[in-house]
Each structure stands twice: as structure tokens, then as C-alpha cells.
Ligand binder design. Structure first.
Ligand code: NAD
Length: 271
């Protein structure tokens, strides 16, 4: 693995990019500079909430039954951050790469919707999207309206001491589908299966790419962390962009250590 300084990008990475067929695998780090802390990092959600409970369907359900106010706090904390977040230069650089025909797709582990806000349209969201609901039975999906969601979250925060009121708000947050079952947030919780169709498309993309950019991922969450191995087996070059070495550094051909929002715009400059 070769550790690159920013000034070596022109000589070593741009020729690779000009070949096209690049794919980006992104993790929480790409959105850190958009104000969404990595969950495991300082100020992250898991400092305050135990992921064994709050990232787990059974844990959420039993907390909802026993201490619903904790779910109110969790949802308001999560969405206060997500609603404020805006795409940063790293997301916009990927969108530019896609517009130039260099980047085939983005495979993201993020649930923050920042790729689509940046104008990217070929995005495989492995862990779902917090701005979408899916019916638990028929799997129909609906997008959440940001303005309505912000108003609902604000109302929920204000009535956290009135169980009756916030239970009413919950049923607005998670409405019933036409099949009579209830919608839930369309994200993949711990122990749940990834959507097979999305995962197959991601496998296909990494099999066919010439370069795979690993951006802001620690490489500890599977099956996402297995994708770089498939790309490598199929002859792709692996380029890691992360502010620290990760579990995937050892299979990377090139590594650039630094913030994604600073490095990615350098990749597309004069391309
Ligand atoms: P992770 O938190 O395990 O790792 C983040 C990685 O990004 C680390 O290696 C860290 O060193 C690096 N990093 C932090 N800031 C960076 C920056 N500015 N530039 C470049 N690199 C930076 O994230 P993961 O690998 O995506 O796994 C965490 C899981 O939690 C994922 O499944 C994801 O779904 C979820 N998550 C999502 C969001 C989001 O949607 N934005 C946020 C937190 C967690």
C-alpha cells in the first residue's frame, strides 16, 4: 500500500480516474463534516444511547412499551442532527465525478440522504434511508416530507411529558399502510438482513469497477466491508480516503489520510 500526499494525486490517481468505471463505498466519515457525527465517535449517538437497544428492533420495541419517553428522546436527537445536515464538498465532488461519467455509482452505509441532496442519482443505500418509511408487511416505501417531519419532531419534543400526546404523535410519525400494517423507518437495524436487491446491485458494481474508493468507513460493518475484497479479486485498484487508517487499509493500493471534504475536491480538480 502506498500512502499518498495530496500533491501526488495528480500523477497517481488522476490517470486511474480518467479510465472511468470508478465506484465509491462511503461510510459515516464522509458525512462527519456535514455535522453528522460518526455514531462510534466523540459526540456520536452511541455515547448517549446503547446501540444494543436503540439499533435493535426488539430493544426498540420493549423500550417503547416500558419507557416510551426514551424513544421520543432518541428520535428527536437523531432527527435534530439529520434534518440540519447539508451535503459537504465531498458529496458534491462525487456528484461531479458522476456527471463527468467517471463514477458509476455510490454504495453507501449512511442513512442520512446527503448523497441525493448533493444530486447523486445512482446510490445504493445498503442500510436504508432515515427519510423513508417502509411498510412492515408489504414493504411499500414512502418518502418523509422534511418540513412535516421537522414540525412533528418539534411537537414530540415539546410534549415529552404527556404520554397520551406523544403516543398520538407516534401514530402520525408511523402511519398505517393501505395493507393495514404500520410503516417503520426504512433503515437496517442490528441483526436485520440487508435488502437483497440493493446488495446484489452493489456486488455487481464492485465486480465491474476499475477503481473502488473507500471513503470514511472503518470497514468493520459487514457485508459492506466485504465489498472491497470482491473488487480487488476482480482486478480493481482500491483507494482509501480516511482521516485514520482503517480495517481495510491493508488491502488498499493507495491511501490518502485526511478529511474527505478536503481530499475529494482535489481528485476532480482539472479532470
Ligand atoms: P464508522 O463510524 O465505523 O467509521 C467512520 C470512519 O470514518 C472512521 O474510520 C473514521 O476514522 C473516518 N472518518 C471520520 N471523520 C472523517 C472525515 N472527516 N473524513 C474522512 N474519514 C473520516 O462508520 P461506518 O464504517 O460507516 O460504519 C458505521 C455504521 O453506522 C454504518 O453502518 C452506518 O450505517 C451507520 N452510521 C451512519 C451515519 C450517517 O448516515 N451519516 C452516521 C453514523 C453511523
Amino acid at each position: 500500500m502506498k500512502v499518498l500526499k495530496s500533491h501526488q494525486i495528480d500523477d497517481l490517481l488522476k490517470p486511474l480516474l480518467r479510465k472511468g468505471k470508478a465506484v465509491a463505498l462511503t461510510g459515516a466519515g464522509i458525512s462527519a463534516e456535514s455535522g453528522v457525527p460518526t455514531f462510534r465517535g466523540r459526540g456520536g449517538l452511541w455515547e448517549k444511547y446503547d446501540p444494543e437497544i436503540f439499533a435493535n428492533a426488539q430493544g426498540l420495541l420493549s423500550t417503547f412499551r416500558l419507557k416510551p419517553v426514551e424513544i421520543v428522546d432518541f428520535l428527536t436527537d437523531l432527527y435534530s442532527v439529520l434534518l440540519k445536515a447539508k451535503p459537504n464538498p465531498a458529496h458534491f465532488a462525487l456528484a461531479q465525478m458522476q456527471n463527468k461519467g467517471i463514477l458509476d455509482c455510490v454504495i453507501t452505509q449512511n442513512i442520512d440522504d446527503l448523497d441525493s441532496l448533493a444530486g447523486l442519482d445512482n446510490v445504493y443505500e445498503l442500510h436504508g434511508n432515515a427519510f423513508r418509511l417502509r411498510c412492515q408487511r408489504c414493504l411499500r416505501k414512502i418518502n418523509l416530507n422534511r418540513e412535516k417531519l421537522a414540525a412533528l419532531i418539534k411537537e414530540m419534543k415539546n410534549c415529552r411529558n404527556s404520554k397520551w400526546k406523544f403516543l398520538k404523535l407516534f401514530s402520525q410519525f408511523f402511519p398505517k399502510c393501505s395493507c393495514k400494517d404500520r410503516f417503520r423507518i426504512d433503515i437496517v437495524l442490528f441483526g436485520e438482513m440487508l435488502e437483497q436487491d440493493v446488495l446484489s446491485k452493489a456486488y455487481q458494481a464492485v465486480k465491474n469497477c476499475s477503481s473502488l474508493f473507500l471513503i470514511g468507513t472503518s470497514g468493520v460493518v459487514y457485508p459492506a466491508a466485504g465489498l472491497p475484497f470482491i473488487a480487488k479479486q476482480n482486478g480493481a485498484k482500491i483507494i482509501e480516503i480516511n482521516d485514520n487508517p482503517s480495517e481495510l487499509s491493508f488491502i488498499s493500493d493507495y491511501q490518502i489520510l485526511g478529511k474527505a471534504a478536503r481530499i475529494l475536491p482535489l481528485l476532480i480538480k482539472d479532470l
